[in-house]
Ligand binder design. Structure first.
Ligand code: 13P
Length: 332
């Protein structure tokens, strides 16, 4: 997790961005974005807002306006704890919804009119109810990348950072684990439990193959390869490390390989490269997350100027989803 002290003038912001990002972002882009970022930070203070930035945010945004940057689990904890009036979530819709569910008296804003996500769109509340009816008494563990309505039908939530821990915290050998097919496969292997899964997949992680890994290893034999657990289990089998976005960042920081390849959204490679100047980050940027890439500095500024786009969750849904999320946050 990273935290930033807000900078409010364009010149100081430019100097800060240049010091941090000069090897990964062209100067002309930094100059332009520094002005926007400084304006956002002024408005953020005036409106008593906090900006939470997922690790996937583009480098200039991540390193300029996000008060806190991290993975879904870390940012959920931050969202639950903040006493600011406005929470701007630079991430995707399910993350902003989670913030609203956990901290309902704050105004929750998503700087995008859409911000959907292929995993979250892959299951409905009715699907969860049908699975429960098919498997009476089996607990439902649901990935945080889902709608509030789906969370409300669940017993407990998990993220990619704590999925195995959450499944192991349940005193049962069989668990309904929704909705990401590959995450379920990876967690089943790790925990040795029987997971009844679903068929949703992340449109980015789904694309990485065993052949991609073999091809990179043939070209750059000294590369350490990291994969997010939303990747196919057969891909996870042939890489060197698997973990949440923050776990991958920490892994690069504490190890000393000359080269790394990340099998996940490619902006994160830029953020890691900026933080680890001596280590080369290879990137497979042919596959991008369209939803994360909707969040820009321009949209973040507009979010604070016009109080858009407000995230609302009906109270009956929120209360049930809150229970499932609180159970997750209670698991250490
Ligand atoms: P984490 O935030 O748990 O690392 O995963 C985020 C995600 O959406 C992966 O695609």
């Amino acid at each position: 997790m990273h935290t930033l002290t807000p900078i409010e003038t364009a010149h100081d912001m430019y100097l800060h961005l240049r010091a941090t990002l000069r090897d990964v972002v062209p100067d002309v882009e930094l100059r332009y974005k520094a002005g926007l970022a400084a304006e956002i930070n002024v408005l953020k203070r005036e409106r008593n807002a906090i900006i939470l930035g997922h690790n996937y945010m583009e480098p200039a945004l991540f390193h300029s306006v996000a008060d806190v940057g991290g993975d879904s689990l870390e940012l959920s904890r931050q969202a639950a704890a903040t006493d600011r009036d406005i929470i701007v979530f630079c991430g995707v819709r399910f993350m902003a919804e989670t913030a609203k569910i956990l901290n309902p008296t704050r105004t929750g804003l998503l700087p995008s009119a859409h911000g959907g996500r292929s995993v979250a769109d892959g299951i409905t509340a009715a699907d969860v109810r049908a699975l429960r009816a098919q498997h009476p008494g089996v607990p439902v563990v649901t990935y945080i990348n889902t709608s509030a309505e789906v969370k409300a039908e669940s017993d407990i939530i998990c993220t990619s950072g704590n999925a195995a821990r959450i499944v192991n915290s349940l005193d049962t050998d069989t668990v309904i684990f929704l909705p990401d097919e590959y995450l379920a496969g990876n967690v089943a292997r790790e925990t040795g439990k029987t997971l009844i899964g679903w068929t949703a997949r992340c449109e980015v992680h789904d694309k990485f193959t065993v052949e991609d890994v073999a091809s990179v290893r043939a070209q750059f034999p000294d590369t350490v390869i990291l994969a997010h657990p939303e990747c196919r289990p057969e891909v996870v089998d042939v890489v060197d490390f698997t973990g949440s976005t923050s776990a991958m960042i920490n892994y690069v920081e504490r190890t000393k390989a000359p080269r790394y390849l990340l099998l996940t959204e490619c902006s994160m490679g830029d953020n890691i490269a900026a933080a680890n100047p001596g280590k080369e980050m290879l990137r497979l940027c042919s596959v991008r997350c369209p939803h994360m890439n909707e969040i820009t500095l321009e949209e973040t500024l507009a979010a604070l100027q016009h109080t858009q786009y407000v995230i609302d969750v009906p109270e009956d849904v929120r209360l049930r989803a809150h229970q499932a999320l609180s159970r997750m946050l209670a698991v250490k």
